[in-house]
Design a protein around this ligand. Structure first.
Ligand code: NAP
Length: 268
């Protein structure tokens, strides 16, 4: 970008509105200030903390609009603060993905503009013996970990141009059974099956479906898991985000289908 163009972009950023209430507002940021070059739009769910925030930090580059989803507005604002100086625009999407109505509201807020990358990252982990899992916990797991990625993929993929990508943050629990992780494993196994089929449906459209399978990663998800877990043996969220950016940076005709990630410290 030429120097005068950069100055114009900076001026436009300074005068931008900070609150986006409607799909119309969101779509205004599909084009740059000159209305010519279409900016890339990346949507990341669960970007308020952990792996989602780390991915947002890696993907924050010039000419990119980041659509960052979460529920916790304070945490989401922290992510925004970290990435905003490095990208064209940040749009915050605050919705509860456990409910279909929350997913629909997110879709309505994003509007009809193209999406170049969808990262299905938001997730919950209910960890307890299967005899103790409540129907509500089961439903929330299905809602956030399966139904939300299904609906978002179904809705956004038709408007993705060739060369776009869908990234699903799965888990080693999409491949391996662990005692007390039945609800979580169920959801990740299910999302894996869905996304592998979608990958085959999208090859002709040149859209890549990239599945990432991290082992234990040191994030706040573990705060809610009973027991003592050795954080020092876990990977960092940044290591997972590095793997995502590696896969995305391959030439668009190269598909990194699956990335299995573990710490050299070994399994927990
Ligand atoms: P985290 O720090 O707890 O973050 C989870 C994210 O999901 C947050 O942004 C949270 O939003 C969002 N989320 C949870 N419930 C939601 C709901 N009902 N509606 C909308 N958003 C919701 O966990 P993380 O470790 O980064 O996990 C990210 C993904 O990586 C998950 O899919 C997880 O299964 C997967 N994963 C994690 C590990 C690990 O060891 N950490 C390993 C393998 C895979 P708010 O906080 O704003 O509510």
């Amino acid at each position: 970008m030429a120097g005068t163009d950069r100055r114009a972009v900076r001026r436009a950023r300074r005068s931008r509105p900070t609150i986006f209430n409607s799909a119309l507002d969101v779509e205004r940021w599909t084009f740059d200030v000159f209305g010519k070059h279409r900016m890339k739009r990346y949507l990341i769910t669960g970007a308020s903390r952990g792996i989602g925030r780390a991915i947002a930090e890696k993907l924050a580059v010039e000419d990119t609009v980041l659509l960052l989803h979460g529920r916790d507005t304070v945490a989401l604002a922290q992510t925004r603060k970290a990435v905003e100086p490095r990208c064209a625009k940040v749009i915050l999407l605050v919705h509860d993905l456990a409910k279909v109505s929350g997913v629909s509201d997110l879709i309505a807020q994003v509007g009809s503009g193209p999406i170049d990358l969808l990262v299905n990252n938001a997730g919950v982990a209910v960890v307890k013996p299967f005899t103790e899992i409540t129907p509500i916990e089961w439903e929330q797991t299905v809602g956030v970990n399966i139904t939300a990625p299904f609906l978002l993929t179904q809705r956004f993929v038709p408007r993705m141009p060739p060369g776009s990508s869908v990234v699903n943050i799965l888990s080693v629990a999409a491949k391996t059974a662990f005692p007390n992780w039945s609800a979580y494993c169920m959801s990740k196994f299910a999302l894996e099956g869905f996304s592998r089929c979608v990958r085959e449906e999208l090859r002709d459209r040149k859209i890549r479906v990239i599945n990432v399978y991290p082992a234990a990663t040191d994030t706040e998800i573990w705060d809610r898991v009973e027991g003592r877990w050795p954080r020092e043996k876990m990977m960092s969220a940044t290591q997972v985000a590095d793997a995502v950016t590696f896969a995305l940076a391959r030439p668009t005709d190269t598909l990194v289908e699956s990335i299995m990630l573990s710490s050299l410290a070994g399994n927990l």
